[in-house]
Write a protein that binds this ligand. Structure first.
Ligand code: ZN
Length: 339
């Protein structure tokens, strides 16, 4: 092992956790997945992350204590300075010191929390589809929809840390209700959750035999794989529902191009590996329809290249640079920034 620097990136989701170990060249040495014990509270979530990190290190034939840094990407507001998850109701976390808990269990390895979408975008910037770009937007479509902004080669986090909440841009005034309390948000129109609602209707109305046999009226069974199967089977309802999501993604993209004039937009998240080029083309068509021709022409629309590894690699990279910064600043203790 010598003097190599190993780091870990963790993608903490409400349903599953993915962890990967990277060497100093950011080559992934191993990758493991586990279910998130989201109904068992903070300590159970922290323990699940710790044991997944240990398992992943074991697969890479490393001792957990050989790590120089750990980055944990969280789908919720966080206080980066203190490693606290401020509020993640879907995992039962509220002002929970996740960073400290993980670090303590692994022999004080520095742990850095970051936003999951920003991590995913950073992974694509440093290792994937956005290698040559300075100004870009990342759109990640899954159960919800998140966005990230790259401006002059840097992540733009906003004045309060929540820049890129593009899922809650209102695209259809008075449209479907969103989990955030508003109506007609992009997320309420185009996320996999929105698609599943439509699919349940299609199955129960007898319009989609594939949906009816694969998932029927059970909302939770509508995973990306079910849509992909129906799409491959040329199921009309599936084609309509996936195209509709891509249509709204194109509208969102047009708004983002008007606001930020990026060089590129990268599409990622849970549904993209399944729908890939079909979705990208439909979204591009819709974006072009909603923009002046000169604006649309200048923007590359790309698919994520890192897939499941985008978030873990971005989290590991962000943690590495934070740890190096702190070491450079003379290892001062991090000031508490409680509010
Ligand atoms: Zn919303």
């Amino acid at each position: 092992m010598g003097s190599k620097n190993y780091s870990v990136g963790v993608d903490l989701g409400a349903t599953k956790i993915i962890a990967a170990v990277f060497d100093d060249k950011m080559k992934a040495l191993s990758q493991c997945k586990a279910k998130t014990p989201s109904d068992k509270g903070g300590d159970a979530v922290a323990a699940a992350i710790v044991s997944l990190i240990q398992e992943t290190c074991g697969e890479a034939e490393l001792d957990g204590q050989a790590l120089t840094s750990i980055g944990v990407a969280v789908p919720a507001p966080i206080d980066q300075a203190t490693g606290i998850v401020i509020n993640a109701p879907n995992m039962g976390l509220s002002n929970y010191p996740l960073g400290k808990k993980i670090s303590a269990a692994l022999g004080s390895v520095p742990v850095f929390l970051c936003n999951d979408v920003q991590a995913g975008l950073w992974g694509e910037v440093k290792l994937g589809a956005l290698l040559d770009y300075q100004n870009a937007v990342g759109i990640f479509v899954g159960t919800g929809i998140g966005g990230g902004l790259l401006i002059n080669g840097q992540l733009w986090r906003g004045s309060h840390g929540h820049a890129g909440e593009i899922g809650h841009m209102i695209l259809e005034e008075g449209g479907p209700a969103c989990g955030c309390g508003q109506y007609g948000c992009y997320e309420a129109l185009a996320s996999r959750t929105a698609m599943a609602k439509d699919a349940v209707m299609a199955a129960s109305s007898g319009k989609s035999p594939i949906f009816a046999s694969e998932a029927g009226g059970d909302f939770k069974k509508y995973k990306s794989s079910v849509f992909a199967k129906a799409l491959e089977g040329k199921d009309e309802s599936a084609t309509r529902i996936v195209s509709r999501s891509a249509f709204w993604t194109g509208v969102a993209m047009a708004n983002l191009v008007n606001a930020f004039d990026p060089e590129a937009i990268v599409l990622g998240g849970g549904i993209m590996p399944r729908f890939g080029e079909f979705y990208r083309k439909k979204a591009l068509e819709s974006m072009t329809e909603h923009l002046p021709p000169a604006f649309a022409k200048g923007v590359k629309v790309l698919l994520s290249e890192l897939g499941d590894l985008a978030v873990p690699s971005g989290a590991a990279l962000l943690a590495k640079s934070e740890t190096e910064k702190e070491a450079g600043a003379g290892k001062q203790s991090v000031p508490a920034k409680s509010k």
